[in-house]
Design a binder for this molecule. Structure first.
Ligand code: 4AD
Ligand code: MG
Length: 467
């Protein structure tokens, strides 16, 4: 039988009682085929939903030979009648009338056969893993969260500002930057004193991939009032943990006239909005992941929604950690940078809800944060989440020109790189605040996955840039 010219219906739209009895056309990839001598069943998925549509092949109409190439992974075009299904687990199915096989997938070599694969194995075939239920679900949730983020800011009058990926300044001052150059690494031009002559490099100076869009974000906020960035961010830290990527996506709102309390309110409202959006728009995918990986997922998401985040200063948190009986790998004392074990103790064991820590020692935070009256702490805020640890880092910014300059000099940050940033404080300076949300850490939390490599399509980590 030949193919009719029916318009394709996406599988997400096919489970519609009004279509029962209609001729429909679907296209997708075969998940499984099973059956007997009289009838064969194919589960077809097209990525639009976690659900498969069942295609029923009556062997009175199709020969064994015709069906032979229909193996897991093959791509198909099917037309037939949508009928109510007798089988359990689905409301309707398609009685195949005509088929076209776009491409076969040799069962001997196609790596995604029926059986469940480990997440570790799937990382080695990241080019194919989007075809699994798990990664389909994660990637659809990731998309929905990205959409929710733009929606949240747009509804509140924030402007999306695109900040550069190539930069000559180190925002976080951590020195963990990937250099960008067109110089010949085997034959570097040198100046008279023997150092590399960056005047001959593409930009005429030394440049790197950005670690944050914040500094340019501040330029936008002190002009447009409220902006956000949402883009890739690069960190050349050799951190092999389930929460670090060398290339990740960050959302950075920056708001003129906001103080640290406004900033905390914005962060809390923002995260809760994203979680509500995912719960409302990704129900099937979240349910699937909950069933497969984490029975308490929905409960944990709702728990975050229904609790006010605990807010307290770093100094108070240190006292709580010092007073606890827990044996920490890294000893606790005022001035330390908190480790994941400390953050998770506070969130998961002590307060049992998300925590916003503020007023960190200035030594462990970036140069741009507003100095408190005590002269020792800065108006920083980190949002700490169960399972994840730090999900947001932000602060009220130092708006005073002299104080900011003093801090830049104290830290020996080259002034020549910072003149444009300092101009915001020279001309019409205002109090302002902002923060950065690690997108993959949010996706981790919402999907219940435990390794950050499994919530970005093609992870970049130390010694890994495949695909
Ligand atoms: O705390 P961070 O370093 O803060 C900044 O970059 C500020 N400029 C943000 C701002 O105030 N505009 O990073 C912000 C967030 C972290 O809380 C974390 O969620 C995420 O970015 N993050 C990473 N995510 C994945 N892999 C990494 N290597 C990350 N480093 C930071
Ligand atoms: Mg941080």
């Amino acid at each position: 039988m030949s193919i009719m010219a029916l318009k394709r219906t996406k599988i997400v739209d096919i489970f519609n009682p009004e279509l029962i009895g209609e001729k429909v056309c679907v296209k997708g990839w075969v998940r499984t085929r099973r059956g007997n001598k009289n009838v064969q069943f194919v589960a077809l998925n097209d990525g639009s939903t976690i659900k498969n549509i069942q295609i029923v092949f009556d062997l009175a109409k199709f020969s064994e030979d015709e069906l032979k190439p229909i193996t897991t992974g093959a791509s198909l075009h099917v037309e037939g009648e949508l009928v109510a299904s007798q089988g359990k687990g689905q409301t309707c199915e398609i009685q195949a009338e005509t088929i076209e096989i776009y491409g076969t997938a040799d069962p001997q070599t196609y790596p995604l056969q029926k059986k469940g694969h480990t997440l570790e194995f799937l990382r080695e075939i990241a080019h194919l893993r989007p075809r699994t239920n798990t990664f389909g679900a994660v990637l659809r949730i990731r998309h929905n969260l990205a959409f929710a983020i733009h929606k949240f800011f747009n509804e509140r009058g924030f402007f999306y500002l695109n900040t550069p990926l190539i930069t000559a300044s180190d925002c976080e001052g951590a020195g963990a930057m990937f250099q960008v150059t067109t110089l010949d690494l085997n034959n570097l031009p040198k100046t008279e004193d023997g150092t590399i002559d960056y005047a001959q490099d593409f930009f005429g100076k030394q440049t790197s991939l950005t670690v944050s869009g914040q500094l340019e974000g501040e330029l936008g906020a002190t002009a447009l009032g409220a902006i956000y960035t949402f883009g890739p961010t690069f960190r050349a830290e050799n951190s092999n943990t389930p929460r670090h990527l060398a290339e990740f996506w960050m959302i950075e709102p920056e708001v003129a006239f906001n103080d640290i309390t406004d900033n905390m309110d914005l962060a809390e409202e923002f995260i809760k909005y994203c979680i509500v959006y995912a719960l409302e728009n990704c129900k099937d995918d979240i349910e699937f992941l909950a069933q497969m990986y984490d029975k308490n997922l929905v409960e944990r998401l709702e728990f975050v929604l229904h609790n006010q985040f605990m807010r307290l200063p770093y100094t108070e948190a240190i006292k709580i950690l010092e007073a606890s009986d827990k044996k920490f790998e890294f000893p606790v004392s005022w001035g330390i940078d908190l480790q994941s074990e400390h953050e998770r103790y506070l969130v998961e064991e002590h307060f049992k809800k998300p925590v916003i820590l503020t007023d960190y020692p200035k030594e462990i935070k970036a140069f741009y944060m507003k100095l408190n009256e005590d002269g020792k702490t800065v108006r920083a805020m980190d949002v700490l989440f169960p399972q994840i640890g730090e999900i947001i880092g932000g602060s009220e910014r130092e708006a005073d020109y002299d104080k900011l300059l003093a801090r830049i000099e104290e830290l020996h940050i080259p002034m020549k790189d910072m003149w444009w940033y300092l101009d915001t404080r020279r001309f019409g300076t205002v109090p302002h605040s902002g923060f950065g949300l690690g997108f993959e850490r949010l996706v981790l939390f919402v999907t219940g996955m435990t390794n950050i490599r499994d919530v970005i399509p093609f992870p970049r980590t130390p010694k890994n840039a495949e695909f």
